[in-house]
Design a binder for this molecule. Sequence first.
Ligand code: SF4
Length: 460
Amino acid sequence: MFGIWGHENASELTYIALHSLQHRGQNGAGIVASNEDYLFGARGMGLLNDAISKEQLESLKPFKNAIGHVRYATKTSSELANVQPILLKSYSGDLGICHNGNLTNAIQLRKALESEGSIFQTTTDVEVMAHLLKRSKARTNKDRIKSALRQIKGAFVFLLLQENSLTIAMDNHGVRPLMLGRIDDAWCVASETCAFTAIGAEYVRDIEPGEFITITDDGIDFDKYSYVEHPNLCSMEYIYFSRADSEFRHQSTYRIRKALGEALAKEFKHDADLVIGVPDSSLAAAKGFSTESGIPQEAGLLKNRYVGRTFITPGQEARERAVRMKLSPVRDIVEGKRVIVIDDSIVRGTTSKFIVRSLKKAGATEVHMGVSSPPLKDPCYYGIDVSTHAEIIASQKSVEEICEEIGADSLTYLSVDGMHDVYKQFGSRGECDACFTGNYPIEIVDDLLPQEKEQKSKGV
Ligand code: SF4
């Protein structure tokens, strides 16, 4: 997500920022822009270049405030109606709204709202938030938004664009990241700091859990909608999701990943000829592993940059096809060598299986797999697309069985303690590790998966 208030190139900057955030979602993209009179939007399916045409971007140019979103379909279906930001028109004022994350009581709220006459046009959580806001009886706009926020549960950051304000709100666990930036005289926010680099903005600071920020032509107002803070930033943002050049608390994801690789090397002693990182998100961890172990790192796998991330491509068949298109071994480097492959995580095992098979086919004599995170065993209910235990290999099989399934000579994961020790080195305020431990920090109200409800509630 990206949002900006009070800049003459608001829409163009939003477009550039979204481009740098494309890795966060590839199912659709949208921009809603505003001036003091009304809101106007453009959105479409697919990558940003396909979703928003040159003509559409031109039509957004006169507006000096904008929010934008690249969509990563999780529990809701991939269709245009669900592409954000959604734009709602009403006599009391237009509203452009987008979010990152997942509400864990959206179904319950939606049923209650429908029983009282609300009609929904999408299956997104943002529409639930919009209805709660519009139904609030609070006197001021700010209080109406706060009262809506206090009814929702889950992991979320919201951007709400109205004619005269941009509102930014983060849940009080701070699971999904959002950063504050400054460009010229304008304030902006982005899911990752790489968006600030792309537009030439200064990265000011990370938005805090429970924070509620309003930006108007009069300036910026820092407030809270919740004073109870339980910082639980998503571990997978560090491990996999964010770009390596993005920063958290002014520390680069690259350095954090490298430290995870070093920690893995301390736990995983193995003699080998070379270390290979799975490009791109595991290269930093491989560098750390190589530095700590003294085993040289080589580029034994190359990535075709024009294929999307397999993890966020919907559907198993599409995922398998994408892996085959995406990675190729470099025969000259791996032939006759004992190889340690470092990957940041194993979700379904599709990629690992392919990598081991292709490296062996290219002549590697041994392929040992090192994972710079603990076994991913439980689904994420907070906005990452791993929604059932059946999809996750480590919830079905032991480490030995996974090793056998992917065809590796050995398989070693980083321990949960090893992972948290690294986060502490980087000034951690607390991370969500629910997909590794099953300890869910935020209550899951909806019966997302009835058979798993009991287990999910244990950690509440
Ligand atoms: S469950 Fe895992 S993927 Fe989901 S927010 Fe927590 S750490 Fe991130």
